[in-house]
Write a protein that binds this ligand. Structure first.
Ligand code: FAD
Ligand code: NAI
Length: 465
């Protein structure tokens, strides 16, 4: 059998690329070393984390939010059932991918793929059986793996990565999170809501590097009110097992006196690294950059003709929807169409409570690039629906070009921000202005009215402020 396309890795990049290629008439096989499809995202990333974020938020609401709404309830944690909800959510999502593979007549091959040449992939199954698949093109969609701290071993029980943090069988009384990035704040939120005392140790002097500084600072204050403790500008230099617990040694990032913090569990969440081990890239001559990412051009082509790469294993944000859009664009290019990804309009969401959602440039980006801009801001404290929901934390911030009024960036800190951000993404995709957004009728009463009011505020004509 000669395939048109073999995709290695069935995360959001790989499975979406395979489906789109099959829709366009290609004969496609996918190679996956996990038992289930869906990659990091569906198995140990986006989906299980959101299942626990939702369940823990409901628990937190029941304990601390219901009373003010006139609901008397006592909430008791049943962690095994919450974990079953997480596992069932994963199962239902990954079996959905099996169905889509069948529907699109994609051949799934289970095992570890190694590229022998641009025309051949060797697959070694779990039982050691080896087969070689012939193909006209190969897509590397092997994703990423947890970044590790030198000298600190992750045992996934006491010292955990995100994978272990999704499966703890008891609520740790004291949780240290190393890294104030997306994983640290999302999974830190889950365990704080379930009862852990959470201390976040971050190397830099701020949380969520890369995000608009004003938004990140406001978010940090909200998290502190919720009970998070932050040690910024601090590095972990060692973790020792002490009887049933752990002792972490930390010191100022710039150097200085060390101190120790006691914990029951430490979550290491300092980023992820591209995963290409065992793929045979050096042997076939596929180039990687100094950070280990597969080097590609604007058409996802590696330096070896016939071999392409997408998703976390290449440059750009490590996000599922970015991987998916690259998968679609590449399949369309391979079919002779004009696939395209607009990297200027990729939303990013932190699924905490409140959520943080962002698209386009931050104020820091615009200052650094010397672009003149105008800012429109609107707080949820002035939004009727937010008051009705008792969800008034946060604000909407819109950055528009000072000369043309074109929207360059939108940042939302607030409940439901991850849904609201998409009207901004659509507007920006069409090159819209703050005026366009301000003149678009928004239903009342909705949280989204704050987006419209922030657009009006760019021109200092917000009504409710
Ligand atoms: P992956 O999903 O990593 O898939 C790669 C696949 O390739 C894996 O299944 C792997 O087993 C397989 N593979 C690797 N090597 C081989 C080989 N040699 N042979 C066969 N198979 C191989 N992103 C978001 O956008 N939103 C979120 O809410 C979000 N939450 C996250 C939460 C957590 C805890 C984590 C860890 C990540 C989260 N992410 C989120 C990031 C998201 O999971 C990744 O960006 C996304 O999965 C990348 O997709 P991918 O297809 O490039 O790679
Ligand atoms: P991250 O890059 O978001 O954050 C890592 C943090 O660790 C940074 O703040 C960094 O300064 C800090 N750090 C690095 N080394 C350190 C050290 N030695 N000591 C202390 N702090 C240190 O990475 P994270 O949170 O691990 O997430 C990995 C990837 O997964 C991200 O690229 C993210 O995009 C993706 N992801 C996306 C989610 C979403 O979209 N909601 C959810 C979870 C993950």
């Amino acid at each position: 059998m000669l395939y048109d396309l073999v995709v290695i890795g069935t995360g959001p990049g790989g499975y979406v690329c395979a489906i789109r290629a099959a829709q366009l008439g290609m004969k496609v096989a996918v190679v996956e070393k996990r038992k289930t499809h869906g990659g990091t995202c569906l198995n140990v990333g986006c989906i299980p984390s959101k299942a626990l974020l939702h369940a823990s938020e409901m628990f937190d609401e029941a304990r601390h939010g219901f009373a003010a709404l006139g609901i008397k309830a006592t909430a008791e944690l049943d962690l095994p059932t919450m974990m079953k909800h997480r596992a069932d959510t994963v199962t239902s999502n990954v079996t959905g991918i099996d169905f889509l593979m069948k529907k699109n007549k994609i051949t799934p091959i289970h095992g570890t793929g190694r590229i022998l040449s641009p025309a051949q992939v060797e697959v070694t199954a779990a039982d050691g059986a080896v087969q070689v698949i012939d193909t006209k093109a190969i897509v590397i969609a092997t994703g990423s793996d947890v970044a590790r701290l030198p000298g600190i071993e992750i045992d996934e029980r006491q010292v955990v990565s995100s994978t272990g943090a999704l499966e703890l069988d008891a609520v740790p009384a004291r949780l240290i999170v190393v890294g104030a990035g997306v994983i640290g704040l999302e999974l830190g939120s889950v365990w704080r809501r379930l009862g852990s005392k959470v201390t976040v140790v971050e190397y830099l002097d701020r949380i969520l590097p890369g995000m608009d500084t004003e938004v990140a600072k406001a978010f940090q204050r909200i998290l502190e009110k919720q009970g998070f403790a932050f040690k910024l500008g601090t590095k972990v230099t060692g973790i020792e097992k002490t009887g049933a617990g752990l002792t972490a040694t930390v010191e100022p990032a710039a150097g200085g006196a060390a101190e120790t913090i006691e914990a029951d569990v430490v979550l290491v969440a300092i980023g992820r690294v591209p995963f290409t081990a065992g793929l045979g890239l050096d042997e076939v001559g596929v180039a990687k950059d100094p950070r280990g990412r597969v080097v590609i051009d604007d058409h996802f082509r590696t330096n070896v003709p016939g071999i392409y790469a997408i998703g976390d294993v290449v440059r750009g944000p490590m996000l599922a929807h970015k991987a998916e859009d690259e998968g679609v664009a590449l399949a369309e290019m391979l079919a002779g169409q004009a696939g395209h990804v607009n990297y200027d309009v990729i939303p990013g969401v932190v699924y905490t409570m409140p959520e943080v959602a962002t698209v386009g440039k931050s104020e820091d980006d615009l200052k650094a690039a010397g672009i003149a801009y105008r800012v429109g801001k609107f707080p949820f404290t002035a939004n009727g629906r937010a008051k009705a929901n008792r969800q008034t934390d946060g604000f909407v911030k819109i950055l528009a070009d000072a000369a043309t009024d074109r929207v360059l960036g939108v940042h939302i800190l607030g409940a439901g921000a991850g849904e609201m951000i998409h009207e901004a993404a659509v507007l920006m995709e069409f090159g819209g202005s703050a005026e366009d957004l301000a003149r678009t009728c928004h239903a009342h009463p909705t949280m989204s009215e704050a987006v419209k009011e922030a657009a009006m505020a760019v021109d200092k004509r917000a009504i409710h402020m």
